[in-house]
Design a protein around this ligand. Structure first.
Ligand code: UDP
Length: 367
């Protein structure tokens, strides 16, 4: 059987980062494979016939406060200065998300918004970031009314569509805390120091990361069909698959996108519009905003959440429930017995990593 020194499974950011580090820092040969026929994992993007850079698996906005991650990415790509903004349609109005002091004024009459704003500024530090689960613990009746409003209009239905459970369900607190209530006028979706979209796209960025004489890339190659022996393995696929599902199938949420092309300059007012209370989709992505693509057309995607079903759709989100954590713990115990195998990334570690967290982990791993 053919033997390689280092095998990396998965051509997303985790796999590409570790492959490049091995090639450069150790000057060793790396074979990197992916079951899919494209690079970049779920960050994969491509230009469609209208010249619009489409994010095939939904919007990916690069944002980080890790200096090392930003410096790493900037070796392979330049970024634009895009700062992500999201609005949710609440009572028919475009409302900034995360819900903040500006949002108050878009959903309430002036007098009520002012009263609530004063009370919020009395009660909380300016710039406080409050998870909805904490925000609901209000003694003041006006603030209680506001918290119930935000819970109902922003979180309850969106979370039910996205996860199939209520925001107060087991483990969901950490998920909804990604989008806190902000006591400020900051209407950016992310507050990180660095944010932007790679000028030539994510796929090209990963291609450049893997463009090294020590790295060989093989797409369309599932790990279990490879038939290659290795000294060390860096596995970024789902850890349950590696172990043949012997401790059970890890649950994930998946997403289905319905793409539409419109003969319009723009379809909506920003790249992502959330629809917490209406329709069956959670949000609509309009991709031409990301790189300010000039086109008379626009390409959008309506995002529908669904359960991951093995062999039917792709894994997107590890679920935060306790029974999933128990299955993962059983695999982690098996993994600990294999010192020559390292599990990385969202699927390898079954953690809701953003791109920068996945890269940070791959940069920190001792080689
Ligand atoms: N969320 C919500 N309403 C919104 C936006 C987010 O209820 O308008 C909740 C929902 O549970 C979602 C979570 O916050 O799954 C995290 O949202 P985020 O935008 O971080 O998810 P991602 O972009 O990773 O899908």
């Amino acid at each position: 059987m053919q033997k390689v020194q280092n095998l990396v499974v998965g051509c997303g950011f985790s796999g590409a980062t570790i492959a490049r580090r091995i090639a450069e820092e150790l000057d060793q040969q790396v074979l990197i494979i992916d079951a899919r026929d494209h690079l970049a994992g779920n960050a994969y993007d491509y230009r469609d016939p209208h010249g619009i850079m489409v994010h095939r698996y939904g919007s990916h906005i690069f944002h980080t406060s890790h200096e090392d991650v930003w410096a790493w990415m900037c070796r392979f790509t330049a970024f634009n200065t895009y700062m992500h903004r999201v609005v949710a349609i609440i009572d028919g109005e475009e409302t900034p998300i995360p819900f903040n002091l500006r949002s108050l004024h878009s959903v309430f009459p002036h007098s009520l918004a002012e009263r609530l704003e004063h009370k919020l500024l009395d009660q909380f530090e300016y710039n406080a970031r409050i998870p909805i689960s904490d925000f609901l613990q209000q003694a003041d009746p006006d603030l209680r009314f506001l918290a119930d409003f935000v819970y109902e209009k922003v979180f309850r239905h969106y979370t039910a569509k996205q996860w199939g459970v209520a925001p107060e369900a087991d483990g969901m607190g950490a998920v909804t805390a990604r989008v806190p209530v902000l006591i400020s006028c900051d209407s950016r979706y992310f507050q990180d120091k660095y944010q932007g979209i790679p000028l030539q796209g994510y796929t090209e960025t990963v291609r450049r990361m893997l463009d090294h004489p020590n790295i060989r890339v093989q797409l369309g190659t599932p790990y279990h069909e490879l038939g290659v022996d290795y000294e060390r393995l860096f596995y970024t696929g789902s850890i349950d698959e590696f172990f043949g599902y012997s401790c059970g199938v890890l649950p994930y949420r998946s997403v289905r996108f319905e793409f539409e092309e419109h003969a319009l300059p723009y379809y909506q007012s920003c790249a992502v519009v959330n629809y917490p209370c209406n329709y069956d989709f959670t949000r609509i992505h309009e991709f031409k905003y990301y790189l300010r693509d000039a086109s008379a057309h626009t390409t959008i995607a309506k995002e529908y959440s669904e359960n991951f079903i093995l062999g039917k759709n792709e894994r997107f989100y590890p679920t935060p429930h306790q029974h999933a954590a128990a299955i993962y713990a059983a695999y982690a115990a098996k993994a600990a017995e294999l010192p020559q195998v390292h599990f990385l990334g969202r699927l390898g570690c079954y953690r809701y990593y953003d791109m920068d967290q996945a890269i940070h982990q791959a940069l920190q791993l001792p080689l």
